[in-house]
Design a protein. Structure first.
Length: 267
């Protein structure tokens, strides 16, 4: 049995390969001792680790695990998912929207870190709590999908008020910039605020990703990370914004397990 584990800042992603069958599971990083106890009961498993908490997890388990650098593991995992789905891309940007967001350029067999941003899944969780008091991620995502960003975010067309705009009027001019204009005659529900949170995170991640795509002269952007899980609105914001800016977005099924699968494949 082979086990690949990506122990990240928020979630531990686990890929298990047993008799050719690949299965996935995840657990909060706060439960790392439970993951270690599970591994301790599988002493003969070949274990490969990656992620920010890999070294700590190694200190808790009996196996002498293989360890790889998170960026290389993630790249290897993405390659194997793309192959599996028959998606052939000569070059692309990938954005790993985890607790934080890391952006990379891939050219053939090499990945190069192209940048990052503190806007990501951790920001979704923290800002959602500050604005609404909600901590449950699935509640955050389902309520965000039911919310309305229009009264919170200021678009270019709102500023130009019917005048001809120099850039598409539907582009966001200022995330949260419409609040003071609407505060007297509108109410902002928790759902609306959560929708605006997905807006600012999604647009920030997309903007940085497409700048990297332009810099490295590729048109493909692959988005992965658990922040997209069950998060229809974040996906929609990122997809639409990438297309609007003239690039091609890709979301990979199980993409959040790229690091776990990749470190296993590199072992
Ligand atoms: P990093 O790579 O930055 O160290 P990570 O690998 O833990 O972090 P991911 O697992 O890719 O990051 O994504 C974490 C984000 O996924 C959270 O910040 C949150 O927005 C979202 N998320 C999805 N499902 C859950 C869940 N069940 N519990 C908590 N967060 C979740
Ligand atoms: Mg991660």
């Amino acid at each position: 049995m082979k086990i690949g584990i990506d122990a990240g800042g928020t979630l531990i992603k686990i890929a298990v390969e047993d008799q050719g069958q690949l299965t996935f599971k995840k657990q909060p990083s706060t439960e790392i001792t439970e993951v270690a106890a599970w591994l301790a009961a599988l002493p003969d498993a070949d274990v490969a680790l990656t992620g920010g908490k890999a070294t700590y997890l190694q200190s808790l388990i009996p196996q002498q695990a293989f360890q790889s650098i998170e960026f290389d593991a993630t790249f290897r995992g993405i390659q194997s998912f793309l192959e599996q789905h028959d998606i052939a891309l000569a070059d692309y940007i990938f954005a790993n929207v985890g607790t934080g967001t890391s952006i990379h350029f891939v050219d053939g067999e090499n990945q190069l870190r192209a940048g990052g941003t503190g806007a990501g899944g951790g920001m979704i969780q923290g800002l959602s709590y500050l604005l609404t008091g909600i901590t449950d991620f699935s509640e955050v995502t389902s309520r965000a999908a039911a919310g309305d960003r229009e009264k919170i975010d200021l678009k270019v067309k709102h500023i130009y008020k019917g005048d001809k705009t120099p850039i598409p009027g539907d582009l966001t001019a200022a995330n949260f910039g419409n609040v003071l204009h609407n505060m007297h005659d509108m109410t902002f529900t928790a759902d609306d605020k959560l929708a605006a949170v997905m807006g600012v995170v999604g647009e920030t991640v997309t903007t940085i990703s497409i700048h990297a795509a332009r810099e490295f002269k590729t048109e493909h952007v692959v988005y992965i990370g658990s922040s997209f899980l069950g998060n229809a609105l974040l996906r929609e914001v990122v997809m639409d914004y990438t297309v609007l800016r003239g690039f091609k977005p890709y979301f990979i099924e199980n993409g959040e397990f790229s690091g776990a699968v990749g470190t296993m494949r590199l072992m």
